[in-house]
Design a protein around this ligand. Structure first.
Ligand code: AMP
Ligand code: MG
Length: 442
């Protein structure tokens, strides 16, 4: 360090701080370090971020179909029985179990048919069998259905043998859902099945959470938008494309604020504009050494910020905080770091902001690797992998290629992250690893 004293030069009466010649550099902590003590773990960062966000307060009422993919904001209690009437699960004959023969065969007169939607409204009389179709309402006093394959029809009579069970082939009113039963709770993201259930209850609309509004911008003097020519040292801004794409999967409102130059006033103005319209703000870039100071200064001035160094690769520096009513995620600039930190930290937080409850992270599974994976201990690594099913229920994974944090190409080849925990060192072919598929999620 420059301010260290050099005893030899000091003895000569020369100011060692200015003149010293050292034969070694004292290194600062960097992302190349093998062991990063004092860094935040991935799990700690995830937990702190989730604690720091709350669901949007506003809700809206929507027709059931428009609520598909949205997050339910109310309890759904069934106003009716489903099915609404006791009905047959089979095409056959509705009878009173008491009339069925214990042995031999009995002949039943058939007075008519109960069709689905066209019931036989006369109560069944002792000894009768009413023909019934699947979904047809059970005639009053009938309690059992004999499937037509087990009966012999002859004109207006049917012959039925022994061996039947009381109540067979009958679906009771309310056996799926009973009147007054709680069907769904707030926090459920509505699937096709859910909208089907809501329709089966006769509900025309439901109350859902308003979509979170998410604003994002890229920072960097070197960035040009697609359509502009590249000058020396300039690159195209790809982060706004990956972020846009990943946000599209989430059903949030997206506000793309473009590229913001690395100028204090411009960054500050961008934050002011973003806060005015967004529940969450995501930026990329501007958090590495050199730029850190002034973006940090701006952020500290605007809100409450935590600047984290997370023991992970890629994606070490992440800023999380709050600017007035909006939450802020400051992601690294490198294209793959953006996608990894988004998936691990921002996505679960946005799901919670959208009102969703339950497991917010992506599931993982175990796979045998068919590539050797290089890894140094100390940090959690998210390597890009290609997961394949080798046999039913068995998976293999291979590296998707070069793992540099700027190499987006291998990210587009990949369909999963290979999760290598901090203690792990290099992985040999044939070893088991944990993988996190992200296909269709980002
Ligand atoms: P920074 O965190 O701003 O120092 O950026 C780290 C690296 O990511 C640099 O090589 C940047 O040029 C690159 N980078 C930053 N923002 C973007 C972006 N929006 N699109 C593509 N590369 C970027
Ligand atoms: Mg930058």
């Amino acid at each position: 360090m420059i301010n260290q004293r050099c005893p030899i030069l000091e003895g000569a009466g020369i100011n060692g701080a200015l003149m010293m010649q050292r034969n070694e550099i004292e290194k600062q902590p960097s992302c190349e370090d093998e062991l990063n003590t004092g860094l935040l773990t991935v799990a700690e960062a995830q937990a702190r971020i989730l604690e720091g966000v709350t669901p949007v307060a506003a809700t809206e009422a929507l027709p059931v179909r428009d609520a598909l993919g949205r997050v339910l904001a109310e309890d759904i209690v069934s106003p009716i029985d489903v099915p609404s009437h006791t009905n047959s699960a089979m095409d056959g004959y509705a009878v009173r179990a008491a009339d069925l023969p214990a042995s031999g065969v009995r002949e039943f007169p058939v007075p008519g048919t109960s069709w689905a939607g066209r019931p036989w409204l006369t109560p069944i009389e002792p000894g009768q069998a009413v023909q019934i179709m699947t979904g047809g309402m059970m005639p009053a006093d009938a309690d059992t259905v004999v499937m037509q394959e087990h009966a012999e029809r002859d004109g207006n009579t049917v012959r039925i043998g022994s061996g039947h069970r009381r109540g067979q082939n009958v679906r009771a009113a309310g056996e799926d859902i009973a009147t007054g039963q709680q069907v769904f709770s707030p926090g459920k993201r509505l699937t096709a099945a859910d909208t089907g259930v809501l329709a089966s209850l006769g509900l025309g609309g439901v109350r859902v959470f308003r979509r979170p509004r998410v604003a994002f911008f890229s920072t960097g003097d070197e960035l040009r938008s697609v359509g502009q020519p590249l000058g020396p040292g300039e690159i195209y801004d790809s982060n706004r494309y990956t972020l846009y794409g990943m946000l599209r999967k989430l059903d949030v409102e997206i506000i793309d604020m473009g590229v913001v130059r690395d100028k204090r006033e411009l960054i500050e103005q961008a934050f002011h504009d973003a806060v005015a319209g967004a529940d969450a703000i995501i930026t990329t870039g501007g958090v590495s050494v050199g730029e850190a100071d002034f973006v940090k200064e701006t952020l500290e001035k605007l809100g409450n910020m935590s600047f984290w160094k997370i023991a992970m690769k890629p994606g070490r520096p992440v800023t999380f905080g709050r600017i007035r009513d909006a939450v802020f995620f400051g992601l690294p600039g490198n294209p793959v770091s953006v996608m990894v930190t988004y998936f691990q930290f921002v996505r679960p937080a946005l799901l919670k902001m959208a009102g969703e409850t339950g497991a917010l992270g992506a599931f993982t599974l175990r796979a045998r690797t068919t590539s050797a994976l290089r890894k140094r201990p100390g940090r959690y690594e998210f390597q890009r992998g290609v997961l394949e099913q080798s046999a039913p229920g068995e998976f293999t994974v291979r590296s998707a290629g070069a793992q540099g944090s700027g190499i987006l190409r291998s990210m587009s080849e990949a369909n999963c992250f290979i999760l290598l925990d901090p203690d792990r060192t290099s992985v040999e072919i044939g070893e088991e690893v944990e993988v996190q598929p992200f296909q269709n999620l980002i």
